[in-house]
Design a protein around this ligand. Structure first.
Ligand code: CIR
Length: 253
């Protein structure tokens, strides 16, 4: 169960966030409205939400998930692989220090963005992507083991981050699409196949028994509901335009 979340208000510069989506520029005012509803959805899941001020220096800084991994035993500050995002860690660090006494860090030449990390109990799958490299993944595994957890590496080629195409819904249920449908390491889970035309919805998030899913993906919503979960849709269309999914918008712990 989670009790808290950290989010960061999108900055105006988000319209220049990194993207390969080809969906046009985000509308800032709509994004602000959507972000407020996202916070409301987190609160509906029982979380106490800390909302950080926007940071105009970093267009992608609303995607707080990438800069830290929050575990039950420690928090790990990452070292984002995107040059324009590396320094996002400086402003998140003091915030995380206010919640955690044990803090670890990934250091160069290691790179990790925590959108590449999926937690399943005390095990963490770490995707090797354009943003997370082998050294970063190895450092992460060493830190996890030091704190009595485990990690393993997953290769990926089609998507930005591991959780772009995967969402663990607890109880052994794993939403997956594309290259992740057939990966041997995930076959021990009940793989819930997300249709390729709804691939964006594979990044849905389980929080305390409820599943937050992006609005506008009806087949995936029905699929999740068919497994007995209560689903809360959140419209995040403006974040999708800069490759951001639901999970990326918060740190949950
Ligand atoms: C980026 O490319 O870094 C942002 N535009 C989107 C980050 C999305 N984060 C995530 O999937 N965890």
């Amino acid at each position: 169960m989670f009790s808290k979340a950290i989010v960061r208000t999108p900055c105006k510069a988000m319209i220049n966030g990194l993207t390969s989506a080809n969906l046009g520029k985000p509308d800032y005012l709509i994004a602000i409205k959507q972000h407020k509803d996202y916070i409301q959805a987190l609160e509906e899941c029982g979380l106490e939400v800390t909302c950080l001020e926007s940071d105009e220096a970093f267009p992608d800084s609303t995607f707080v998930e990438d800069v830290a991994l929050m575990t039950p035993h420690c928090a790990i500050i990452t070292n984002p692989g995107a040059d324009t995002r590396t320094k996002e860690i400086e402003s998140i660090k003091p915030i995380i220090e206010s919640f955690y006494s044990k803090i670890e860090e990934i250091s160069a030449p290691g790179n990790v963005e925590a959108g590449d990390i999926m937690m399943v109990g005390s095990h963490f799958y770490i995707g090797l992507s354009a943003r997370t490299n082998q050294q970063g993944a190895e450092q992460m595994i060493e830190i996890l083991e030091k704190h009595h957890m485990t990690g393993s590496i997953v290769t990926l080629t089609e998507v930005l981050h591991l959780k772009t195409g995967l969402g663990y819904l607890e109880d052994g249920n794993l939403l997956a699409c594309g290259e992740f449908l057939t990966k041997p390491e995930f076959q021990k889970y009940q793989v819930l196949a997300v249709d390729s035309d709804e691939a964006y919805a594979a990044n849905s998030v389980w929080i305390n028994g409820m599943v937050l899913t992006p609005k506008g993906f009806p087949k995936t919503k029905i699929l999740i509901e068919s497994m007995g979960y209560k689903v809360r849709e959140v419209d995040v269309s403006e974040f999708q335009k800069i490759d951001g999914g639901l999970s990326c918008l918060s740190l949950r712990f």
